[in-house]
Each structure stands twice: as C-alpha cells, then as structure tokens.
Ligand binder design. Structure first.
Ligand code: SF4
Length: 614
C-alpha cells in the first residue's frame, strides 16, 4: 500500500513537472487513484513539489471534490439544487440509499460506493440529475435510479450507464453523454445555423490588434457572465499594461444554480469559444490561454482536448497561427474541483495558479496583474463566442441587435416550473412575461433571474426586461409556481451561500449562517417583527462589508423576497397571548396614517391637543 502511495504520487507529480502551480491537476490524479488525499499523501506531495503540507491541506479542504478520507470507487453525487429538490431528488436519494445500503454522506464498507449531495451540476433543465463519477445522469426517476444502482453493483463501470446518447455532440464518442442540449430558441449571434468557421479569426488577423479591440469596443459587447464590464475596455487595459507576457482565460465555471447554457456552448460551440480566445490573444498580445472547466463538466474534457488538438493540426493554435508570423498562442484546460467561488474572476485565477480559490484583493485588477501577476483578461464562454461573431459580421451588425444600451443577444438557461426548460438565445430587451410564455410556464409566481446571486421577481413585475439597465443576468432563469414556498427557496439559497463562502471574511462566513437561522425562525412561525428588522439590517451589513461578489449577493434573496412578498413574512410572525405582535412599534406603524390624515393620534401622541400649552 505504501509503495503504491509513493508511486502514485511520484507519477502524478512527475506528469506535471513537480510544478506547485499545477497542484490541482496533481491532486486530481491522486484522488482518482487512491480515493482520497490523506495526511500521508499530503506530506509526500508537499515534499515532492517543494511546498508545505499545510498548503496542500488548505487546498484539499477547500475543494469539495477532494477528500481527506477514503471515498468509494464510484461516487454518486446527487444534484441538490432547488429545481432538483422540487423534481424529487429526495426520492432518488432514498432509492440509492436503500439499494446500496448507505446513507447520504456515507461510503460503503467495501469502499465501492459513496453517496452524497452536491451543488447544482448544470442539468436543471433535466432534473433530477446526478453525477456518477464523471458520468451525468439526467431526468432520473425512482425506477431508473433503482436500475442504475443495480447495474453499478454488477458492472462497476459508470460509462456503461449511458445506453442512449443525447443530441448533437453529446452523441460524440468522446462525450458519450445522455445529456440533451435542449436548445429551444436560436438567436442570430451564437446558436445561429451556418456560422462560417474561423471567419472571425481570419478577419481579425487581417487587422491590427488595436483595430480588433476597436471593433469589439464599437460593438458595445459587455461581459456575459453577469457583471457586464465592457469587453473592448477590458482588452484595451490588458493590451496597454506593461508586461513581457499576457494571458487569456475563459471562465467555463458556470456554478450559479440554475445555469447550464455554457454546458451547451462547450458541447456545440467549442470551436467558436477557442476562436474567440485566439482573437483575444491576438488583440492583447498573449501567447497562452487557459479554459477553466468546472469539475461537473469533466465529461466534456476529452472532447474539448480533441477539438484543441484538431485546431493545432489545422494551424489554428500553436505557432504562426493561420500563417501569421509571430502570432503564437496555445490553450490548456484547467479542471476545477468543485467550488462555486471559482466563478469569480480573481478566485478563478487563484485556482489556475494552484491555490485555494479565494478572491484576491483589488486593485490591482487582473488586467494589470492577474495570472502569475501578468496582465490577464478573463471572459466568459459566451463573451468569447460573441467576440468571434463580431469580428466575422462587424460591430454595426452586433450593435443593431438588442436594445439601444444592451447590444446583441443573451443566452438564457430556463428551468423550474415550466413545460419547455432549456437554452434560449434572445435579443436583449425581452420581458420576463414573454420568456414565461415561451417556456410554457404555468401559474408562475416567482422568477429568480440570475440564479442564487440574482434578483427575485414577483408576479407584479413580470414586465421587467432582460437588459443591462433593468435585469442584467449571467443567464439563469428559474421559475417557481404558486405551489412553492418562497421562504423555503430563500432558505435553500442561503444554505448554498453558507456552504460556498470561502470563509475569508467574517460578514460573509458568519452572516450567511445567521441570516439562515433567522429565516428558519420565520418559516417555523417563531419570529417577531424585530426579526424582520434584524434580517434587513444584517443583510445590508453583509452586502456592504463583504470582500467579493458572493457576500454582497448572498443577502439579496432575503431582501428581495421581503420587498416582493411582505405578506408571506408578516403572516408567519407569531402573535403573543394578548394578540399583539411582540416588538410591534406602534409609533412607526402610525407614521403612515399621520401622514395621510395630516394629524396626530389622540391616544398615542400624548401631547396631542396640548401643544399650545407647552
Ligand atoms: S465575501 Fe465570502 S466568498 Fe467573498 S471573500 Fe469574503 S468570505 Fe470569501
């Protein structure tokens, strides 16, 4: 056993040239071979790559797909997202538990199986879903789960579970997934048919780098990840920054609950993504790129590697790209290891550097000092696809789609209580009501725009629009009908944030837990009106004092839902024996009637009528 440990570690470290910057890749190899990264292993890895055991331990404990204790050869990760919960993932869990004889969070004594819940795996359009090692299983039922468990017990090979492959490239032997693309609406920009391969890249190479940046700037392209920073501006800053090297990173870590449109782009538009990255590299003067792929999409890794290999053979990656002397650029894929915070650009950079995926202090911004302290542009999958199309069709074409201030199209992942969940490419400016109709939503009451960190919209606001000036979004649209409990939804989102907080700052780490405790108090009917004030105050404090977007977004579900559904909250408050609300502030409550009546209360304003005597 000891010699096996030694040889596995030596092999893994050697494969990655003992580079501490590639420690996540090293840990992946070891986790897969040994089922865990225990203390002994950490000690040896640290010695081999010349770092400390504490450093390795910090990384292992940070990423949810790594474990210090032995896991089963087959790990069944059930998607615990809210959509999957509503679709009955608990029943699927019960079947696996019964068939495998283990509870959630347990590993079988023979170390064959582990069973656990995980955060959203990007399959909300085909919930309930699960990952069995790297194989994605979708649209599960208790019967199919029983069949899967029994087949696993006899064959131990998760890849054999895929008996029917999904559409498009899901059917490619390197993908081999039962996943469906569920493309419901194709727009003009990214999902359009008949896109001319590499046309954008070839046109870009006929221009100067500054002209390429100018084209992107004039198109009005803004980052599709949610923050909406102007892409041309970002590229210009990186290009101008003094440095001997620059990097291009594609953020393919869509961890926002309810988002899955990047999954479809990675499956169906891989070449367009790499084309966009190559154009960006030419524009900013970069020779190296990284595609950061979330661990949940590891099933796409062999296919993406093969697409890159083809591009190298065709002269689209490597040296003198498309015959352009002096333009050398290549890309590597960095597999994540299960951490939502790595979707934040500076945390993603930390992860690419082989560190805990913790956000960095800003400034300096990544465009000045990013990956390995060099100027780095981080753009999302969809943004790179748009960039390639802009160079092909021109900035005026792109700017002519959408609204005056929000140009182009937006890919949305629509899921939840609707008949047609899937990916929709819409021009900016479409109303929520129109989306609900397209998706066949019945009796929608709540729409969560932008996932857990987004905005909760009640029925009275379905005329709001998807655009940067109204509802900017990374792309998740989750629909809830009148049978859903808004407090349970808020509770789920807080649980998610508390789990995913990187723990660096106290307001986020502790505040999300306190918010959740108080929401549960409301849910169970033990709260008083003072608890609602507490929720508001704490929520605002967390938003103001957190270091990164996770903390400043986490309380939004509480504050939004309190504003949109005040009656739900007030109806859950407990009454005291005399029927009065404890903590009820009569003066505050009277303020409104004083204002309307333009006079004070005889009973509650003691000096009423005596003002002249004072
Ligand atoms: S806000 Fe939360 S996730 Fe962001 S740095 Fe602080 S603790 Fe980490």
């Amino acid at each position: 056993m000891k010699s096996n440990l030694d040889s596995v570690i030596a092999q893994a470290c050697n494969k990655h040239k003992n580079d501490p910057g590639r420690v996540i890749d090293i840990l992946w190899e070891i986790q897969k071979s040994l089922g865990c990264i225990n203390e002994d292993a950490m000690e040896k890895i640290a010695a081999t790559i010349n770092t400390s055991r504490v450093h390795i331990e910090g990384i292992v404990s940070f990423y949810s797909f790594f474990s210090e204790t032995p896991k089963g050869k087959i790990i069944i990760r059930l998607c615990g997202d809210i959509v999957d919960r509503h679709a009955g993932i608990d029943k699927i869990a019960a079947v696996f538990s019964e068939e495998l004889g283990i509870g959630i969070g347990q590993t079988s004594p023979d170390r064959k199986f582990s069973l656990e819940y995980t955060a959203c795996i990007g399959m909300s359009d085909q919930a309930p879903a699960a990952l069995v090692n790297e194989v994605a299983l979708t649209s599960l039922t208790p019967d199919s789960a029983r069949d899967i468990a029994r087949r696993l017990k006899s064959s131990s090979d998760p890849s054999k579970l895929v008996t029917v492959r999904g559409d498009g490239n899901n059917g490619n032997h390197l993908v081999n997934a039962m996943v469906k693309n569920n493309i419901r609406m194709k727009g003009e920009v990214i999902l359009a048919d008949g896109i001319q391969a590499e046309s954008g890249l070839k046109k870009a190479l006929s221009k100067t780098p500054l002209e390429v940046i100018q084209e992107i700037a004039e198109s009005g392209l803004r980052g599709r990840g949610g923050a909406g920073f102007p892409t041309g501006e970002k590229w210009k800053l990186a290009q101008k920054a003094e440095a001997n090297r620059r990097f291009v990173i594609c953020n393919a870590d869509e961890g926002e609950p309810g988002t899955f449109k990047d999954r479809v782009l990675l499956t169906e538009r891989a070449n367009l993504i790499f084309e966009g990255m190559t154009i960006a590299a030419y524009a900013v003067g970069s020779d190296s790129g990284i595609l950061y792929l979330r661990a949940e999409y590891a099933y796409l890794l062999p296919y993406l590697e093969s697409v890159m290999e083809e591009r190298r053979k065709s002269g689209l990656l490597g040296t003198a790209i498309c015959g352009k002397k002096g333009f050398d650029f290549d890309i590597r894929i960095q597999l994540g290891a299960g951490a939502y915070i790595c979707g934040e650009e500076s945390a993603l950079i930390s992860s690419c550097e082989g560190l805990r995926g913790e956000p960095k202090n800003r400034p300096p911004f990544p465009v000045e000092k990013g990956y390995l302290a060099k100027p780095t542009i981080v753009n999302n999958v969809e943004t790179f696809c748009c960039a390639a199309r802009i160079l092909d069709r021109g900035s005026a074409w792109f700017a002519g789609i959408g609204t005056k201030a929000s140009h182009g199209t937006k890919l949305l992942s629509i899921s939840g209580d609707c008949a047609k969940p899937g990916v929709y490419e819409i021009p900016y400016g479409v109303e929520i009501a129109a989306l609900l109709e397209m998706a066949g939503a019945e009796d929608p009451v709540i729409v969560q725009v932008g996932g857990a960190s987004g905005e909760m919209i009640g029925r009275g606001f379905f005329n709001r629009k998807i655009c940067f000036s109204d509802l900017p979004t990374g792309g998740a649209i989750t629909i809830f009908n009148s049978r859903r409990n808004v407090l349970a939804i808020v509770d789920y989102y807080l649980e998610f944030f508390a789990d995913e907080s990187c723990g660096y700052c106290t307001p986020c780490r502790v505040g999300t837990v306190f918010l959740r405790e108080r929401i549960q108090k409301v849910m169970h009917g033990f709260a008083e009106s003072a608890d609602l004030d507490y929720l508001k105050d704490l929520g605002k404090t967390i938003m103001m004092t957190s270091r990164c977007g996770l903390g400043s977004s986490a309380p939004k579900c509480v504050l939004n839902s309190m504003a949109q559904f005040p009656l739900v909250y007030s109806s859950h408050l407990k009454e005291s024996a005399d029927g009065l609300q404890p903590g009820f502030n009569i003066q505050k409550a009277l303020e409104e009637s004083r204002r309307i009546a333009k006079r004070k209360s005889m009973i509650y304003d003691p000096v009423f009528g005596n003002e002249n005597e004072r």
